[in-house]
Design a protein around this ligand. Structure first.
Ligand code: SF4
Length: 321
């Protein structure tokens, strides 16, 4: 299957079968044939130009800061991540300062964000960037994906938002918008990725993907899309064809949040919070983790150690030094 030559208007165009894939684009992915409305590119980019959300990571092209923001955004809402991003990058302004910090310092700075394994992965990634890439965040997909905690989405986000490459990171917002506004049908993960990569107007990687994300956050929401006020209503494939919501069967969807209170994640979080204040003696683990069962507390502690979030020292558990 090849890309259908598509004119997105105003100089934004997609080539046909012979299109050169941009640097960093994964040529092994299948390419989806999708009838793209000729106005979509202009309309979406013009709307974004006038309405872009002011987010702190959009004011920088520093690859390290973009990487930090994307790791934070994996499981944290943008409004919370914005506050944490400013504090974290103030504490660790460069990849070298992060790589040179202890795990304990990084976990302490991660306070309030949850999903603490992300902090450990980010710290490992920073050390890998310093040790294996001379302190420069890699500029290609393969090397980025090899970093701890960096998957397909985060790697493409760094390429698009830091290096301005014409690749399309696919998060749940983007997948939903592509299935509704562009394809008018459900997309599997590979289709969504290949379509996202193919659609990026030349030289517009940053603005285009930011626009898709803003559209998904502001208008094309999961439960109640605000189609009446949507800037691409007139070109939207789903609105033109009707039928079932194609996003419902699209593969890249947010997982329903599992109950937090009382979950293992909750008790692990309490234990890490206690460790941020200092070492916890083995006898006090249950109290720190807010469980009544000492065996459960010991198991939680062991898992923290296995995940690199804690270590034993003279009979006490502490954050890794
Ligand atoms: S018209 Fe509705 S379904 Fe189509 S992109 Fe806009 S909000 Fe989404």
């Amino acid at each position: 299957m090849g890309v259908v030559g598509v004119d997105l208007g105003k100089g934004y165009s997609l080539g046909g079968e012979g299109k050169q894939l941009a640097h960093g684009r994964d040529a092994t992915l299948p390419v989806v044939v999708a009838p793209v409305h000729p106005w979509l590119g202009d309309v979406l980019l013009d709307w974004y130009g006038a309405q872009a959300r002011d987010l702190p990571w959009r004011r920088t092209r520093d690859p390290y800061r973009i990487l930090v923001s994307e790791i934070m955004l994996q499981q944290t809402q943008a409004s919370r991540a914005a506050v944490a991003f400013a504090e974290f990058t103030s504490r660790f302004p460069t990849v070298r300062t992060l790589a040179g910090a202890s795990v304990a310092e990084v976990l302490t700075a991660w306070r309030g964000l949850g999903y603490n394994r992300r902090a450990v992965g980010l710290h490992k990634a920073a050390r890998s960037i310093v040790e294996e890439h001379a302190g420069v965040v890699p500029q290609n997909l393969t090397a980025l994906r090899a970093l701890p905690g960096v998957g397909d989405y985060t790697a493409r986000a760094v390429l698009a938002f830091a290096y301005g490459q014409d690749v399309g990171p696919v998060d749940t917002n983007v997948a939903r918008v592509l299935s509704r506004a562009v394809a008018g049908r459900a997309l599997n993960r590979r289709e969504a990725q290949s379509l996202a990569d193919a659609l990026v107007p030349e030289g517009q990687g940053h603005a285009w993907s930011s626009a898709l994300m803003d559209l998904g956050a502001r208008h094309c929401t999961a439960r109640r899309p605000a189609c009446d006020s949507c800037p691409v209503l007139r070109t939207c494939a789903w609105q033109r064809s009707g039928g079932e919501d194609p996003a419902g069967a699209t593969a890249v969807r947010a997982r329903s949040p599992s109950p937090f209170a009382g979950s293992d994640r909750y008790h692990r979080g309490r234990l890490v919070d206690a460790l941020r204040a200092g070492p916890v003696a083995a006898a006090d683990l249950a109290t720190a983790a807010r469980v009544t069962d000492r065996v459960k507390a010991a198991a939680l502690a062991q898992r923290l150690v296995a995940d690199g979030l804690a270590e034993w020292d003279a009979g006490s558990l502490r954050l890794p030094t």
